[in-house]
Design a binder for this molecule. Structure first.
Ligand code: SF4
Ligand code: SF4
Length: 344
């Protein structure tokens, strides 16, 4: 098993003001670090528990769990365990699973039995247990959770071995890379900006399943205050999942099932017209407004605004430069345009 990492998809790379640290905060062995616009995984420490892959909203990390679940034939019972392997066992640490994974498993199997004998395991600091508790309540009739402590998982042995190797390496100080490669190189880095469509499709499938199983899933997404929105379309351009569609004719659509709640559109909206809200039913929010074309600059803006927002910004700047009355600036602009028109 390998952890594939695609740092180019990270929200921090896309938007310099992103403060996302979900992956680093969830890693129980502190193998993930986010620094400025970079996300890095220390392969000498990573034990492949999959915590980063279950929490990253844009699919920077992949352990291949989604593909594995989708390829499973439906059956009666599936066991999830980090200790066992074989038929009808999904062999993984529960840190690698989020709500969407459990929902799709519950749609394929009559019973999902989770081995959560995590007491004493240092990896229990990851997000897996809390996610499991949240979904187990909702899927009560289909899920059975075995709690307590059990035999050490192979991940724990791997963790101990890695600590010995890494700490030993600093004591005897050969090049760390040489020692780490003796252990196993579990992390593969690929740097491509191709959006993670497979993860979004998996999420949509999970939402469908939630509806079919009558499970309530809380969705965080933006809502638009149309009295403030100038329909500039910036939100649609910055959304990493394509959840927002914008048409110049004055239509803004938000597909809440595609939204991963990253808040980038909200933070980057120049008119502060978006707020984050919570809903339980996925759907498409549509906002419309009649638009007009500015005869001066050609910018398309809501007809209800008294003047073109682009020109008014320019007028403000001119006013600042000339310290005069904005009316004079408007007149000044008209004179220039008149002159240009006469020269055509
Ligand atoms: S969770 Fe994903 S988007 Fe957020 S910092 Fe980590 S890699 Fe980037
Ligand atoms: S709609 Fe906004 S909050 Fe949702 S994924 Fe797109 S940018 Fe992020």
């Amino acid at each position: 098993m390998k952890l594939k990492v695609n740092p180019a998809r990270c929200l921090r790379r896309w938007y310099k003001d992103s403060t996302c640290t979900l992956c680093a905060g969830s890693c129980p062995v502190k193998a993930v670090e986010v620094k400025g616009r970079d996300v890095m995984v220390n392969s000498s420490v990573c034990v492949l528990c999959g915590a980063c892959s279950s929490v990253c909203p844009v699919g920077v990390f992949s352990l291949g769990v989604e593909e594995l679940i989708l390829s499973m034939e439906p059956g009666d019972t599936i066991r999830i365990s980090c200790r066992d392997s074989g038929e009808n066992v999904l062999s993984t640490c529960i840190n690698a699973l989020n709500q969407n994974h459990y929902l799709i498993l519950a749609s394929k199997f009559n019973k999902v039995v989770v081995d959560a004998r995590c007491e004493g395991c240092p990896l229990a600091k990851g997000p897996g247990l809390a996610i499991l508790e949240g979904i187990a309540g909702k899927l009560a009739s289909k899920m059975e959770v075995v709690r307590g402590s059990g035999s050490p998982s192979p991940l724990l042995r791997r963790l101990t071995l890695k600590r010995m190797m890494v700490e030993g390496a600093t004591l005897i100080s050969p090049p760390l890379g040489a020692i780490a490669s003796l252990v196993y190189e579990p992390v593969e880095v690929e740097d491509s900006r191709t959006p993670e469509r497979a993860r979004i499709t998996f999420r949509l499938k999970a939402l469908e399943v939630a509806r079919a199983l009558n499970v309530t899933v809380k969705l965080l997404h933006p809502a638009v205050d149309t009295s403030k929105c100038t329909f500039c379309g910036i939100c649609a351009g910055v959304c990493p999942t394509g959840a927002i569609e914008f048409e110049e004719a004055g239509i803004l659509r938000i597909d809440t099932s595609k939204c991963v709640g990253c808040s980038h559109c909200i933070k980057l909206c120049p008119d502060n017209a978006m707020t984050q809200v919570e809903s339980e039913e996925p759907g498409v929010l549509e906002y419309t407004r009649s638009m007009t074309v500015c005869p001066r600059c050609g910018y398309i803006y809501p007809a209800s605004l008294s003047e073109c927002p682009k020109c008014s910004v320019i007028l403000e700047i001119l006013k600042d430069i000339y310290k005069g009355n904005p009316g004079d600036c408007r007149e000044y602009g008209e004179r220039i345009r008149e002159k240009l028109r006469s020269q055509r």
